[in-house]
Design a protein around this ligand. Structure first.
Ligand code: SAH
Ligand code: SF4
Length: 387
C-alpha cells in the first residue's frame, strides 16, 4: 500500500494554479492576507521572471515558511524541452512537453541586421497559445488534428522563459541540462503570437500572459514589440482595440475577396470580410497605429494578379502594410507555393498600386517552422502522443 502511495503524485498539485498564471495584483493581495511585507513580493517576482527558476528551493532569499506556503498553494513549472532543431545563428525550433503531456512549439528567429539594423544578438520568439486549433484553415498544420485545449497564461509565458533559460545554460558539452538560474541578458526582445492556435480565441489567458511579459518586473518586453496575429475574430479585435496596452495587430488575410477566403478559411463564414474590415478600421482608429495584413501566396488559390486590386483596396482602407509569404508546404496537404517569379510579380504589382509590402523570404522553411508542423509530425510518429 505504501509503495502505491509513494508512486502516486500528490493529487492536489495538478489542481493548483501555476504561480506565473497570477497577476502581480492577485499575488500582492495574497501576500497582504499572509501578512508578508511587500518587498518579499519583489523578491519572488525576481525569481519568477528575470531568474526564471522552476523550483521553490532555488528562492534562497525567501524564508522557508513562505516558500512552504507558496508551494502548498501554487505550482511552479516550465515546459520541458523534447526536441530542438536549428543552430544558434539560424532559426531554431523548440518542441515542448507541457505538464499534462501535450506538445507545443515555439520558434526563435535571430534578427537580421541587414534588414532591420537590429543588433545581431536580438531575437524574435514566435509562441503558441493553444494545443491544436479549432479554426481549421485548410492550408495549416495546426488545425489538422483539431483543438485540444487553451494554454494557461503560465504556459504562454513559460515558452519565453524556457527559451531564455535554455540559452543561458553553460556552453555544451559542460552540461546537458539548463543552468539552475538564467540571469544573463534577455535574449527575446520581440514577440510574435503566431505559433499554434488562434490567440484571440484564448483572449483572457493571452492578455494576462502578455501583461506579465510586458511588465517591467516581469518579462520586460515592450508592448510595441509584441505582435498578435489573428485569423479574423472581429469582436475580439475590437476588444483588443479597447485595451490600453499598445500591442501590434496582424490579420491573416490570405484572400482579399469572400470567394477566396471562404474556400480556405472557415472563420470567414462567421466574420466575412466586411465585418472583419470594420473591426480592423475600429482598431486603427482607436490605436492610431498601422496594422499588418499577412498574405500567404498559395499556387493557384490566391496568387493570381487579379487578386492584387481587391487586396490593395483593403490595404488602403485599413492603412495597412502587406506581408507576402510564399506558402510553406505541409505534408499531407495538396497546397504548394508559387514559383519565385510569380511571387515577385504579385509583389511588384502590389507596390505599383502604392501599397507598402514585403515579400518575406520565409525563415526556417527547412526545419518546418510554419506553425504546428513539428508537433504534428512528432505526435504522428512517436509514442509520446498525449492522451
Ligand atoms: N491563428 C493565428 C496565429 C497563428 S498562425 C492566425 O491564423 O493568424 C500564424 C500565421 O502562419 C498565420 O498567418 C497563418 O496563416 C500562417 N500559416 C499557417 N500555415 C502556414 C504555412 N503552411 N505556410 C505559411 N504560413 C502559414
Ligand atoms: Fe488556426 Fe491560425 Fe492555423 Fe488558421 S492559420 S488553423 S487560425 S493556427
Amino acid at each position: 500500500m505504501s509503495s502505491i502511495l509513494q508512486e502516486t503524485p500528490p493529487a492536489r498539485s495538478s489542481a493548483l494554479p501555476d504561480i506565473r498564471s497570477e497577476s502581480r495584483e492577485t499575488l500582492a493581495a495574497r501576500f497582504t492576507e499572509l501578512g508578508t511585507p511587500s518587498y518579499r513580493l519583489d523578491q519572488l517576482l525576481d525569481w519568477l521572471y528575470p531568474r526564471r527558476v522552476d523550483g521553490w528551493e532555488e528562492m534562497t532569499n525567501l524564508p522557508r515558511v513562505l516558500r512552504g506556503e507558496l508551494a502548498r498553494n501554487y505550482r511552479l513549472e516550465l515546459p520541458q524541452l523534447v526536441q530542438k532543431q536549428g543552430s544558434a545563428d539560424s532559426t531554431q525550433k523548440f518542441l515542448w512537453r507541457l505538464a499534462d503531456g501535450n506538445l507545443i512549439e515555439s520558434v526563435l528567429i535571430p534578427a537580421n541586421p541587414d534588414l532591420y539594423g537590429e543588433r545581431a544578438d536580438r531575437h524574435t520568439l514566435c509562441v503558441s497559445t493553444q494545443v491544436g486549433c479549432a479554426y481549421g484553415c485548410r492550408f495549416c498544420a495546426s488545425g489538422l488534428d483539431g483543438w485540444r485545449r487553451n494554454l494557461e497564461p503560465h504556459e504562454i509565458i513559460g515558452q519565453v522563459l524556457a527559451v531564455e533559460r535554455w540559452n543561458a545554460r553553460p556552453p555544451e558539452p559542460t552540461s546537458a541540462t539548463p543552468s539552475p538560474t538564467g540571469t544573463s541578458d534577455r535574449l527575446v526582445n520581440n514577440l510574435v503570437i503566431m505559433g499554434m492556435g488562434e490567440p484571440l480565441a484564448n483572449y483572457d489567458h493571452l492578455m494576462l500572459a502578455l501583461r506579465n511579459l510586458n511588465a517591467p518586473w516581469g518579462g520586460g518586453i515592450g508592448a510595441r514589440k509584441i505582435t498578435i496575429s489573428t485569423s479574423g475574430l472581429a469582436p475580439r479585435i475590437r476588444d483588443l482595440a479597447d485595451d490600453p496596452l499598445q500591442f501590434r495587430l496582424a490579420i491573416s488575410l490570405h484572400g482579399a475577396t469572400d470567394v477566396v477566403r471562404d474556400k480556405i478559411m472557415p472563420v470567414n463564414r462567421k466574420f466575412p470580410l466586411a465585418v472583419l474590415t470594420e473591426a480592423g478600421m475600429y482598431y486603427v482608429e482607436k490605436k492610431g497605429k498601422m496594422i499588418t495584413l499577412e498574405y500567404i501566396l498559395i499556387a493557384g488559390v490566391n496568387d493570381s494578379l487579379e487578386e492584387v486590386l481587391p487586396l490593395s483596396r483593403l490595404a488602403r482602407q485599413l492603412h495597412a502594410k502587406v506581408n507576402l509569404i510564399p506558402y510553406n508546404q505541409v505534408e499531407g496537404l495538396p497546397w504548394s507555393r508559387p514559383d519565385e517569379s510569380r511571387c515577385l510579380a504579385f509583389s511588384e504589382r502590389l507596390q505599383a498600386e502604392g501599397i507598402t509590402s514585403t515579400l518575406r523570404l520565409e525563415k526556417g522553411h527547412d526545419i518546418e517552422a510554419a506553425c504546428g508542423q513539428l508537433r504534428l509530425k512528432t505526435e504522428r510518429q512517436s509514442p509520446l502522443k498525449a492522451t
